[in-house]
Design a protein around this ligand. Sequence first.
Ligand code: HEM
Length: 181
Amino acid sequence: MKGIVFDEFNNMVEEAFGEDMLDDIIDENASNLATGGAYTSVGTYDHEELVMLVSSLSNATNIAIPDLVKTFGLHLAQVFSTKFSSFFDECTDTFSFLKRIDNHIHVEVYKLYPDAELPKFSFEEPDAQTLNLIYESKRGFADLAEGLIEGTAKYYKENVTIDKEDQSTELMHKVIFRLKK
Ligand code: HEM
């Protein structure tokens, strides 16, 4: 997983829980973190390191892991909307943006970071008010996707409800997000 993701996770922890909390969770895991918790935005690190940091944060705050990961997704959406604003400017609403993740946004991300490990998103549009976004990945970051979806709707100032159906198997994480306007 790219360092930009770790950097932003650290920023979120610092903003929401303070610098001491960030130091604590890094210290607690330091022996298992390849660089001892010093990430560069273009570097690549094992995504399990993020899982360890989230798990420590969950223990320290008593907030469930899925809630923390989703909140991180909301944070990332906000960061991406300024750092990668052109993707957001190209679209006028949540659904058209989400439909472009797989065939445009993550394609460009991949050009920027050729070693990025990206999920697959396919979609169905049963009617004009509904978008079924299907997340598939070897990594289990569907809660991150949920936060990113919510953050995208917030960016476009739209009310979107999210229903989830987990169809994961041992080999693949698969979650269907049924979105309604
Ligand atoms: C401008 C918008 C976006 C940018 C620039 C972006 C960029 C990225 C980057 C840099 C990564 C990390 C890859 C790695 O570390 O190897 C990533 C992963 C990911 N992205 Fe995006 N992304 C965007 C929008 C979205 C949206 C809207 C969603 C959800 C609907 C999403 C879902 C994910 C997920 C779940 C991952 C984690 C990897 C996995 O689950 O396999 N992204 N994205």
